[in-house]
Design a protein around this ligand. Structure first.
Ligand code: FE2
Length: 260
């Protein structure tokens, strides 16, 4: 496994270093995405271990984690944004970069198909119907690993009052004091809050809490509980009846998943 990890990380680094003449801001954003990719790869590998998968499947989980966002670099250079709605779908872009390069040389044909499906669907609201169990498995692993890392990054940010405002975390929206009605409706009925309904930074936090509805594995819930991600988000929110109701709903759901 260690050798395989080194081999794929080397391929990542070669690609990453092929970009020249970046501004300081671009270099910063590159580093943020690189660190994210490496942590997600490690988390995906850990989830695969907890699921008792074999060596080959563990390597694949690591590969998918490492390369799921590989299109982010080209996206930033060509469009100067990470906002997919203003540029391209970054998952599709990742697939394109992978196909144009030699990355899939690390995988056999079957693994390549599983990786393509998982990466293409890591950022979609729902997984398509009618897929095989294996396809669904690796897609679920990357979706959990990605969410767990984003939860880590944003709860670090929310817990640190001196942190510099990061536009990728606030979307440059107003702070907000009341949860929007549509956002509230979605979260209390147990569904993921859609990005389109979000109107303030408070709504963003509610949306992030609602991600628990899209977490798949018990070991992922263990990470959520151990790191107190939900409390940390809640602690950063203004307290009113709706916020308290939302937090209780989410917390009960997550505790049941964790224990069940
Ligand atoms: Fe992504």
């Amino acid at each position: 496994m260690e050798e395989w990890v080194n081999l794929s990380t080397k391929k990542f680094d070669v690609y990453y270093s092929s970009f020249n003449g970046l501004t300081e801001e671009q270099q910063n954003n590159f580093k943020i995405k690189k660190d994210h990719s490496i942590r997600v790869a490690e988390t995906a590998l850990q989830l695969a271990e907890r699921l008792d998968l074999g060596e080959k499947d563990k390597s694949l989980a690591f590969f998918i984690g490492l390369f799921h966002d590989i299109g982010r670099f080209k996206q930033l250079v060509e469009y100067n944004t990470f906002d997919d709605s203003k540029s391209v779908d970054h998952a599709d872009y990742s697939l394109q970069v992978l196909k144009d390069g030699t990355f899939f040389d690390l995988l056999d044909e079957k693994q390549t198909e599983l990786a393509m499906f998982a990466i293409a669907n890591h950022n979609k609201r729902n997984l398509p119907k009618g897929m095989s169990e294996e396809e669904i498995l690796f897609a679920k692993i990357i979706r959990d690993a990605d969410k767990l890392d984003i939860l880590k990054v944003l709860t670090d940010y929310y817990s640190n009052p001196r942190a510099r405002a990061n536009h990728t975390l606030t979307w440059e929206m107003p702070t907000g004091t009341a949860v929007s009605k549509d956002v509230w409706k979605e979260v209390v009925k147990g569904s993921l809050v859609s990005k389109e309904k979000v109107e303030s930074q408070l709504d963003i936090k509610v949306m992030q809490l609602s991600w628990v509805y899209d977490i798949n594995f018990k070991s992922s819930f263990e990470v959520v509980m151990k790191n107190r991600f939900l409390e940390k988000i809640y602690n950063s929110m203004p307290k009113n009846d709706k916020v308290i109701e939302i937090y209780r709903t989410i917390k009960v759901y997550a505790e049941n998943k964790f224990l069940g």
